[in-house]
Design a protein around this ligand. Structure first.
Ligand code: APR
Length: 188
């Protein structure tokens, strides 16, 4: 991975890199899951493939104990990371673009709830993908400012809580969209 942009917000490094999220060596990576929590394609599939069956076993336990009807959009849960370099996986469900007028608020909630969970667990380094911008069809130019603003709001509210929040973006176009959004991120 090569770092391509960075800001400091609330004493935390906010960095953008192009690469494979499953290789990020951080306290937690964030999975763009679906409500079933039973895996899928995209980054969800990559995490389960590389992380192994322990992740799915944790997800099934969460479904049985806490979320029998599935994880609602915008919520976040924590599991083991299995064989991955990361210590944990935070699974969150992004909104499907165009289906729900609440999509911008729900996309922001994915990021805010994932970081609130990381804070509760004392996780200091967290890596996100571009949630909802793949199968769920969210235009990345619209998703990037929502994601970054939600994260900056959390970091400003909790100075010193985290050392790094990183976006690991799979392709150059997604990286460019996030870099443009980071450049215009209002200084809180
Ligand atoms: N590392 C980083 N980013 C990745 C990786 C990876 N290994 N694989 C895919 N991506 C990127 C995609 O290119 C896209 O930019 O993650 C972003 C999110 O795309 P999806 O994984 O399709 O997630 P999303 O759009 O939120 O759709 C979620 O897709 O995989 C299923 O089970 C998942 O039903 C859920 C839906």
């Amino acid at each position: 991975m090569h770092e391509t942009a960075q800001r400091t917000v609330g004493g935390c490094r906010l960095t953008l890199v192009q690469g494979d999220l499953t290789r990020a060596s951080v306290d937690a990576i964030v999975n763009a899951a679906n409500p079933s929590l039973l895996g899928g394609g995209g980054v969800d599939g990559a995490i389960h493939r590389r992380g192994g069956p322990a992740i799915l076993a944790d997800c099934k336990r969460l479904r049985t104990i806490q979320w029998p009807d599935g994880l609602p959009t915008g919520e976040a849960v924590l599991t083991t990371a299995g064989r991955l370099a990361a210590r944990h996986v935070i699974h969150t469900v992004g909104p499907v673009y165009g289906r729900n007028p609440e999509a911008p608020r729900l996309l922001a909630a994915c990021h805010a709830n994932s970081l609130a969970l990381a804070l509760r667990e004392g996780l200091r380094t967290v890596a996100f993908p571009a949630i909802s911008t793949g199968v769920y069809g969210y235009p990345v130019e619209r998703a990037a400012p929502i994601a970054l603003d939600a994260i900056a709001t959390h970091l400003d509210a909790h100075p010193g809580a985290h050392d790094e929040v990183r976006f690991v973006l799979f392709d150059a176009a997604t990286l460019a969209a996030f870099a443009a959004a980071l450049a215009t991120l209002a200084c809180k």
